[in-house]
Design a binder for this molecule. Structure first.
Ligand SMILES: *Cc1c(COP(=O)(O)O)cnc(C)c1O
Length: 412
């Protein structure tokens, strides 16, 4: 008898301990963790610097209301803006990805009020993309371009329109008088590890400039070093200047935190900065940006910078791509993604998938039996998201498990 709502279709594994890329279950078996809490344990399980930062802060001051000054929050915001985004802006801290996206959408609504259409009506519509995933709150769910996420929750929050990803013509056609922003994951995670092309990102930036729209990036999965660059979009189109950005997952390294950025870009002749629209009283969160969460995220960012983890991410990506390409395996059709956000397209014809399972979920189950944790991205993509500090030897070990498992399952 379980008292948990049955919202998760989860695997029968009970994790009790983690260290680096290893996870142990309640039977004492160890796994190589290439799921990493779905791109969340960015510097591995229980990294000593992260555990230390949390325990020091926990025994000093855990929580303090945003009614008062929080130095850890200021320092974290400074690091994110100066070292990672590298374009002036301001940050708001929350506790999760969906919440960060809701805040970002609120910022877009404010912009729509500040810069209404020619009839003086506030603009409010945000265009997002098919197969996107933005979260489970009422706002982020409505933004998400997947029916299965929205099933049975109508009426949805109005103000979203979905168009095909990487299709600039469809996007141009969808823009109308009430459009206020274009929101996307530069690399769609849950939707199958689909990478936006550089031309698509450049085209979006042009459409935003022509139509006075906000360019809104959801970097919750692809940000913070994951793609081998500080920010996900920088691995595709480094010159892009987003107006708003959301983060969560890897930012806290396993400690809950979310955040969104709003650029200081001047939006009118009076010199009004975009970030100023989120004025006092416009948004808030009791837990958001408390000293404990910010100390954890600061330790994560500090480790990503000092250990130069983006360089490791690039090398491990090459290692994985080189090995898998050389196999020419009948089950793997292609490798998509950037850095250590990688998706392997699966050929369902070459696998004997049991009734009711998807090729990706079936393969994940088999890999788990062989002590490698991975995660599906849609029905036909296997996703690898190991910690950013995964070593060459650990990647070799995972590659060997993948190869052996695929060989044992392939039917042609
Ligand atoms: C996970 C994810 C979210 C939602 O984050 P939560 O912390 O689960 O609310 C939003 N967008 C993207 C791209 C994600 O990968």
């Amino acid at each position: 008898m379980s008292y948990l709502l049955p919202t998760y279709a989860n695997f029968p594994l009970t994790a009790v301990r983690g260290e680096g890329v290893r996870l142990w279950d309640d039977a004492g078996d160890s796994y190589l963790d290439f799921c990493a809490g779905i791109a969340t344990c960015s510097i591995g399980h229980c990294h000593p610097k992260l555990s230390q930062a949390i325990s020091t802060q926990a025994s000093t001051l855990m929580h303090c209301s945003n009614l008062y000054q929080i130095p850890q929050q200021k320092e974290l915001a400074r690091t994110l803006v100066e070292d990672f985004v590298k374009t002036p802006g301001k940050i708001f801290f929350g506790n999760s990805g969906a919440e960060a996206n809701d805040g970002m959408i609120k910022a877009a609504r404010r912009y729509g009020h500040a810069k209404p259409d020619q009839d003086g009506k506030a603009r409010y519509e945000v265009i997002t993309f098919n197969l996107s995933f933005h979260g489970r709150t009422l706002g982020s769910m409505a933004a998400t371009g997947q029916q299965k996420v929205q099933e049975g929750f109508a009426p949805l929050l109005p103000g979203f329109r979905h168009v095909p990803f990487n299709d600039l013509d469809a996007l141009r056609e969808a823009i109308n008088d009430s459009t206020v922003g274009i929101m996307l994951e530069p690399i769609q995670g849950e939707g199958g590890v689909n990478v936006a092309t550089a031309d698509f990102l450049k085209g979006i930036a042009e459409l935003c400039a022509e139509n006075d729209l906000l360019l809104m990036l959801d970097e919750i999965q692809c940000g913070i070093g994951r793609t081998g660059t500080d920010m996900g979009w920088q691995s595709i189109c480094p010159e892009l200047k987003p107006d708003t950005i959301s983060w969560a997952k890897g930012l806290g390294g396993g400690f809950p935190i979310g955040a969104f950025y709003v650029s200081d870009r001047v939006i009118d002749a009076d010199g009004t900065e975009l970030s100023s629209l989120m004025s006092a009283g416009s948004h808030g969160s009791t837990y958001g940006g408390n000293p404990l969460a910010c100390a954890a995220a600061l330790a994560v960012l500090e480790e990503i910078q000092s250990a130069e983890l983006t360089g490791n991410v690039q090398q491990r990506e090459q290692q994985i791509r080189t090995a898998i390409t050389s196999w020419e395996h009948p089950v793997i059709t292609e490798i998509r993604g950037k850095g250590l956000l990688l998706g392997f397209g699966l050929n369902s014809e070459a696998l004997d998938v049991p009734e009711g399972a998807t090729p990706a979920a079936y393969l994940c189950t088999k890999l788990m039996a062989n002590k490698l944790l991975t995660v599906p991205a849609g029905p036909e993509t296997l996703r690898w998201l190991p910690p950013l500090n995964v070593t060459e030897a650990e990647v070799s070990e995972a590659l060997e498990i993948l190869k052996n498992t695929l060989d044992s399952l392939a039917i042609c």
